[in-house]
Design a protein around this ligand. Sequence first.
Ligand code: GDP
Length: 321
Amino acid sequence: MTGVRPLTAEDTVLVAGGRGLVGRALLRRLAQRGVKRVLAPPRQELDLRDPVAVARWFSTHRPTVVLMAAGTVGGILANAERPAEFLRDNLAMAVAVVDAAHQHGVRRLLYLGSSCIYPRDAPQPMAEECLLTGPLEQTNEGYALAKISGIKLCQAYRRQYGCDFIAAMPTNLYGPGDNFSAEGSHVIPGMMRRFYEARERGERRLVVWGSGRVRREFLHVDDLADACLFLLDRYSGESHINVGTGVDVTIQELAEAMRELVAPGLEIEFDPSKPDGTPRKLLDCSRIHAMGWKARISLRVGLRQTYEWFQDALGKGAVRL
Ligand code: GDP
């Protein structure tokens, strides 16, 4: 695309949220790409919700490119129980980072959202245009509103100040380095942990949250990191861009694949008293496909690789049960 100023080895890149699932994948991808000046300050060093601290950090370190992967994140229960934190923290981080990027002349910024920005009953697969065409899913409304505001901030700064800020909306993510906590995590790490624990305890049956009938699309985080760099190289425009695989599965199918991998023979039972969330969340990825990008890691391969990472992390004490 004309007018796009790709990432170069000379850029100083800030990966905001560099210690998280997405941030760490971005750091791996940037290293492969040969970008040498990559900064990923930990939370203790820079509270991204604090606009004064963020502005000070930008004036000291002078990043030229920003990848905004920071956020207060969590699975369906965490979102439902802590809506104020999800809304407040994510809004504050978006405002602080986008504004500092503008004030300090950052030449490219990529803001990362989530497929939960789309209306609960959006037609499937969900195209970029269906944003703000209907009510949101209640269980993650706070998070979704903050992420929608982040996209709109990038658009507004582009229109008013000419900033080259873009936004990408990934579908449900998973991969090495995920949060494997029992309650606050997303379905893949949460379920992987439960299957593992059930097997270790010699149990015969595992109770899985929800009806098992809702559908989700899962993207390996290394595919997302690849898509982010691809977009920085090829895309400059107002619209956010969906990033997914184009394939979704039911939670029951996911549970069966997980059983095969972690605990063959275990009986699976569903607990419909736990929230199901949105009935289906499949992204329409025609735009990024038309630009020439496609996800490469299948769910089967990605789950196996994530499970290997999980076992290794358990062995090293990096993940505790
Ligand atoms: P969502 O896409 O925002 O709903 O995010 P989640 O990854 O938290 O949940 C996806 C679906 O998986 C929901 O229907 C959950 O009820 C279901 N689910 C089944 N087992 C688990 C689990 O152990 N943890 C989580 N978070 N969800 C689970």
